[in-house]
Design a protein around this ligand. Structure first.
Ligand SMILES: C[S@@+](CC[C@H](N)C(=O)[O-])C[C@H]1O[C@@H](n2cnc3c(N)ncnc32)[C@H](O)[C@@H]1O
Length: 257
């Protein structure tokens, strides 16, 4: 694998990362599957799942009869995935395999340093007529709460840590322009947000997000242990509900001309 210039912010030894990824799948898989089912993915399709994580979408595509290749910087959580060709690759630096009917990536482009180059590389991996589906977040809505501001300083501190590692907080919206600039046609985009209840699987995903970033947030010095503890307690409290980020899904097609 080639050297990457950007450090993946969650690529640490945080022991509950597998659980965090699973909770993220439980929050976002339903909408992702609806988008991909709408394209009619099935037998005869060749699919590339980038930044596959724990592989729930790669496994689901394989279960629909598609031929699936899954790539990630860290493939340790993809070992044993049935019917999926797993490869350790950096989508920001390595040459990717080609001739796919579908390339899908969720919550990965937002962590890549040179996003225009990476989107162009994903487009090169498509066969003419193939679809690119990118899903990334716009973070503006996160922690919108009926009672007013919900831990805005903790949200800011967490995203500052992620930005230090190359994360872009408006990436979901910016993906639309990148997909158009890469020359795909029929480009369309929608956003979906979840209303998350404290203590639910979705609520725990946000609590583990803070747990993972906690040491780096404290090192930056803008929030204290008490601030983070209060936020985590509220995220686990069933009396609270808040809006998630908006997951922006961009779909484009490679021209056959
Ligand atoms: C937030 S997780 C999302 C996982 C999965 N796509 C999902 O939505 O459940 C981001 C994943 O992208 C991978 N990743 C980050 N940067 C990458 C890169 N440059 N090349 C390949 N994979 C990358 C990480 O290792 C991680 O598995």
């Amino acid at each position: 694998m080639a050297e990457t210039a950007v450090r993946y912010v969650f690529g640490t030894s945080f022991e509950r990362e597998g659980e965090r990824l699973r909770l993220g799948e439980s929050l976002w898989d339903k909408g992702t599957k609806a988008t991909l089912a709408d394209l009619d993915v099935g037998p005869g399709w060749r699919c590339l799942e980038v930044g596959a994580g724990r592989g729930s979408i790669a496994a689901w595509l394989a279960g629909r009869g598609a031929e699936v290749t899954a790539v990630d910087l860290d493939v340790s959580r993809l070992v044993g995935l049935r019917g999926v060709d797993v490869r350790e690759l950096d989508i920001g630096a390595d040459v990717l395999p080609g001739d796919f009917d579908l390339v899908h990536g969720r919550l990965v482009m937002q962590h890549v340093g040179d996003r225009p180059a990476a989107v162009a590389a994903l487009c090169r991996s498509l066969r003419p007529g193939g679809h690119l589906v990118l899903e990334d977040t716009d973070t503006t809505s996160l922690f919108s709460h009926a009672n007013g501001p919900f831990h805005p300083e903790v949200k800011r501190a967490a995203y500052d840590v992620m930005a230090d590692a190359g994360y872009h907080p408006r990436c979901g919206l910016l993906d639309v322009d990148l997909v158009e600039a890469a020359g795909l046609v029929d480009v369309r985009a929608v956003g979906r947000a979840e209303v998350v209840r404290g203590g639910s699987d979705g609520g725990r995903w946000f609590a583990l997000w803070l747990a993972h970033l906690r040491p780096a947030m404290l090192a930056r010095g803008t929030v204290s242990e008490v601030d983070i503890d209060r936020a985590v307690a509220d995220l686990m409290d069933t009396r609270h509900r808040w809006l998630s980020q908006v997951m922006v899904t961009v779909v484009g097609r490679k021209d056959t001309g």
